[in-house]
Design a protein around this ligand. Structure first.
Ligand code: ATP
Length: 263
């Protein structure tokens, strides 16, 4: 049963085609790793799927709601954008209480969830009671993640969720992503950190120049890598996201052939 479906989803900014006829299906309760080089169109896709940017063409549904219907979409989704919207003058507790209020959550239930998630992510009460303006990047990221999942949405969009997190918190976040999926939440995860995708993603899509150039399990994509001593998701990513002539190497590392990406 898909949670996210798009048909020919397209976004243009003037002459720039940011996303081109994207056809995606993401099953409920799975983690979809969304990869692509800088400027490939990942953020634009997530902004369309969360109702923040209207598609130029094509259709999409998330949690059964049309992506052009923000009111219908909103209760189903959580979004951790690259630059999370936090009020610097508020404390983490105030920010999250405010977010819970906007979502009409029961205050007691919300408080329990906030305390539990902040505890898991190692943001102690003494820090959660100080102003966000004094937070490090990682501390802000923890609050923003909690804000994105606080209302137990059926689909969560995470843009570089481990950005700024220390190794312990990053590991906890990966566990939380897996737990969300185990509980039936669909996680749409965009990141440049390929080991995170290898660890948590059920399926992976690679976007290049606005187009989906590959889709499959991490293992299937690894198998598509043709160069490198050991096939890896990184090798596959690099091969699938270049227009330059590709140089194959022999066992001694010498260039033996060149060919174009066949798109
Ligand atoms: N508001 C906008 N106006 C004009 N062009 C835009 C706008 N937003 C994005 N673009 C263009 O659309 C293309 C895709 O950008 P997008 O931010 O979606 O890429 P991305 O894959 O998220 O990149 P990154 O990995 O660097 O975050 C780029 O060419 C970008 O310049």
């Amino acid at each position: 049963m898909p949670s996210i479906e798009t048909t020919d989803l397209t976004k243009r900014f003037g002459d720039t085609v940011a996303v081109e006829t994207l056809n995606l299906t993401v099953d409920t309760g799975t983690v979809f790793g969304f990869l692509g080089p800088n400027g490939a169109g990942k953020t634009t896709t997530m902004r369309m799927l969360t109702g923040l940017t209207r598609p130029t063409r094509g259709r999409g549904t998330v949690g059964g709601a049309d992506v052009t219907d923000r009111d219908a979409l909103r209760p189903h989704i959580g979004y951790l954008p690259e630059e999370p919207p936090l009020y610097d003058h508020a404390t983490a507790y105030e920010q999250l209480e405010y977010a819970a209020g906007l979502r009409d959550l029961d205050p007691t239930v919300a408080k329990e969830r906030v305390d539990s998630l902040l505890d898991r992510l190692d943001l102690p009460p003494e820090d959660a009671s100080t102003r966000i303006s004094d937070y490090s990047k990682g501390m802000r990221q923890k609050v923003a993640f909690v804000q994105a999942v606080l209302h137990d949405p059926s689909v969560v969009f995470l843009d570089e969720p481990t950005s700024g997190l220390d190794p312990r918190a990053a590991r906890t976040l990966r566990s939380l992503v897996a737990e969300l999926a185990d509980d039936g939440t669909t996680v749409f995860l965009s990141t440049h950190i390929l080991p995170v995708v290898e660890e948590v993603a059920d399926t992976v899509g690679i976007l290049y120049d606005g187009e989906l150039v590959a889709e499959g399990t991490p293992g299937e994509l690894e198998q598509r890598a043709e160069t490198g001593e050991t096939r890896s998701l990184e090798d596959a990513f690099l091969e699938l996201t270049t227009d330059e002539e590709r140089v194959d190497v022999d066992a001694d590392g010498r260039a033996v052939a060149t060919e174009q990406r066949d798109g």
